[in-house]
Design a protein around this ligand. Structure first.
Ligand code: ATP
Ligand code: MG
Length: 561
């Protein structure tokens, strides 16, 4: 799937189309509203692609707004990381970064307006009592005994709340809607609570904070958001969203639409659970390459285009679903297969000595980084020098002690093999250590076979990747398995921590060609015949090369469920 095939419009695109052609809106504004309480994960990538994608598609703008109503959990580190992730994915937000906390003064004023209109009251019920009064799905709630306080009393109490005269939990501000409403979010929800915590933006200015529901729609209205797109779990909150817009003098009337969350098998997409993995040191931080965070995927070698293409392949619909992780892996493999430079690395080195060459023989082959499907060089990534000499390393798995039909493409005594981008060689014999392991292959170089077949017409059995022994650079290779070995680590009454793959990180050494050691961090290569590997974003250097396995060359069907 190289080009975006024209997909039928999803339900949000249809609505926007109608709103623009009917003149309801002249242009559209969307927003992505993360709570800065963790790093973004692949589920957020879908929300980013939907919101920024709609803005792009319809020539509008998408805001980045930090939904920072909860002072306790938010940190500047996350604010920075989220911006980096959005930019890295290739999106630009409209205007300055926005914070819900920018609107705290206005939200506070709106709360006062509701009190004055007799539509909000300060309630002294304890959390436990409030829960009891709320009822449940079968049982309607009961009115709070504080529901009929006078406007004056409410104004006075709310001001005392603001001034810090009450302890946390002593009281809160609620809107008066309907304690018997079948939709529980309409049962006099709390809109302000006391929290004596320092806020990352507003410091100690406030000790009362608005609820998500009270802040969200009103922030949308202040920013002129026309289409407020969120996930399905907020569908039940929409009547409340609309109630605030109707009952307050807001500058605009945004509308909320909900689409299905992205869930992926073998993966958890919940910041809370991802934080537990980080804090429990199950992984090495939020950007550990095993993490389904955007920064983890980046470090793993996923490209922004592969994540965007994956997200674009997902349905934007009014149902939740679970996507097979293989679908995500397809998109990275597809991108890398077309665009990743090729180079050689030997993961299990076996020495080959070419006996018909001088001991100090050295030459340099010039090899392009990329070829098309016909094998023709693609010049856009340039070429590099590949040193060749009389002593090489090939992979152990490519040499067999004895010829057999099963291994007919392998190198063995009396047979020929082509060195990738190089000469044809023929094996004459091998050496073993005391344990019977093959330690060296002795071979002959067949002259005049660079780029052409041997003159005697004896064809090589296959092609192997190799490294000149003298020029080989040692690298650290980090191979990753899926973090979870259960297709549904979140499911049922399972504890996701019980579903971890043992040893999901394996560190080994490999020998790489010099050009790979000099690669820029974050470049993803195809190690020919091995897989896709990325130069680690932080740990890789020419002196100490470090590569992470991005993904194998082919889907590993043994992992399919
Ligand atoms: P988490 O449960 O991981 O904390 P969240 O929904 O609380 O996720 P927010 O920071 O509040 O995280 O989310 C910002 C936006 O991203 C919201 O609009 C939310 O709907 C969307 N989003 C979060 N998770 C997903 C997901 N799995 N698929 C699609 N959109 C998501
Ligand atoms: Mg949230």
């Amino acid at each position: 799937m190289t080009e975006a095939t024209a997909k039928p419009a999803n339900f949000i695109e249809k609505i926007i189309d109608e709103d623009l052609s009917s003149g309801k809106h002249q242009s559209i504004t969307t927003r992505f509203p993360p709570e800065p309480n963790g790093y973004l994960h692949v589920g957020h990538a879908k929300a980013i692609c939907v919101n920024f994608g709609l803005a792009q598609q319809f020539g509008g703008q998408c805001n980045l707004r930090f939904d920072d109503t909860n002072p306790e959990k938010e940190e500047d580190e996350y604010v920075q990381a989220i911006q980096d992730d959005v930019k890295w994915l290739g999106f630009e937000w409209g205007g300055d970064i926005k914070y819900t906390s920018d609107y705290f003064d206005q939200l506070h004023q709106w709360a006062i307006d509701l009190i004055k209109a007799g539509k909000a009251y300060v309630c002294d019920l304890s959390a436990e009592q409030a829960k009891e009064y709320r009822g449940n799905f079968e049982k309607p709630g009961t009115n709070s005994p504080f529901r009929d306080r006078s406007v004056e009393e409410n104004l006075e109490l709310f001001e005392k709340m603001r001034l810090g005269e009450f302890d946390e939990g002593a009281c809160g501000l609620r809107v008066k809607i309907d304690m018997a409403a079948p939709n529980m979010s309409l049962r006099d929800p709390y809109i302000y609570r006391i929290k004596k915590a320092t806020h990352h933006q507003t410091g100690d200015k406030w000790c009362i904070y608005p609820s998500y529901d009270f802040a969200h729609g009103q922030s949308d209205s202040i920013e002129g958001i026309t289409h407020s797109v969120c996930t399905l779990e907020f569908a039940d909150h929409r009547p409340l969203y609309d109630w605030f817009i109707e009952n307050l003098d807001t500058p605009a009337e945004p509308h909320q639409y909900e689409f299905g969350r992205l869930n992926i098998n073998y993966t958890v997409t919940s910041k809370r659970k991802l934080r537990a993995l980080v804090e429990g040191k199950v992984v090495n931080g939020w950007d550990d390459p095993r993490m389904p965070t955007i920064s983890g995927m980046r470090r793993r070698g996923y490209t922004p285009a592969s994540i965007r293409n994956f997200c674009d392949s997902l349905a934007v619909a009014k149902t939740d679903g679970t996507v097979d992780v293989a679908q995500m892996e397809y998109f990275i493999r597809d991108d890398l297969n077309q665009n990743a430079p090729r180079a050689m690395a030997v993961l299990n080195p076996l020495k080959v000595v070419l006996s018909n060459m001088q001991d100090d023989h050295e030459e340099t082959l010039t090899v392009p980084y990329l070829f098309d499907s016909e094998g023709e060089a693609r010049t856009e990534l340039g070429e590099r020098d590949v040193p060749f000499s009389n002593e090489l390393y090939i992979d152990h798995a490519d040499f067999k002690e004895e010829y057999s039909k099963k291994f007919k493409k392998k190198f063995c005594v009396g047979k020929r093999i082509r060195l990738r981008h190089g000469y044809v060689i023929e094996a004459d014999g091998f050496e073993k250590d005391a344990d019977g392991n093959i330690t060296q292959v002795n071979a002959t170089l067949i002259e005049n076979t660079l780029g052409c077949d041997p003159a005697d017409d004896i064809k090589p059995k296959g092609v192997v990747h190799w490294i000149s022994a003298k020029h080989a650079v040692e690298a650290e290779v980090r191979s990753y398995a899926r973090l979870f070995n259960d297709a549904n680590p979140d499911g049922g009454d399972k504890d996701f921590m019980d579903c971890l793959t043992p040893d999901s990180l394996v560190v080994t050494k490999a020998l790489i060609e010099p050009a790979l050691a000099n690669a820029a961090a974050e470049t993803v290569f195809q190690f020919e015949r091995e897989g896709y590997y990325v130069a680690d974003r932080f740990d890789h250097s020419a002196d100490k090369p470090v590569f992470n396995l991005t993904i194998g060359l082919r889907e590993d069907r043994s992992l399919a469920n």
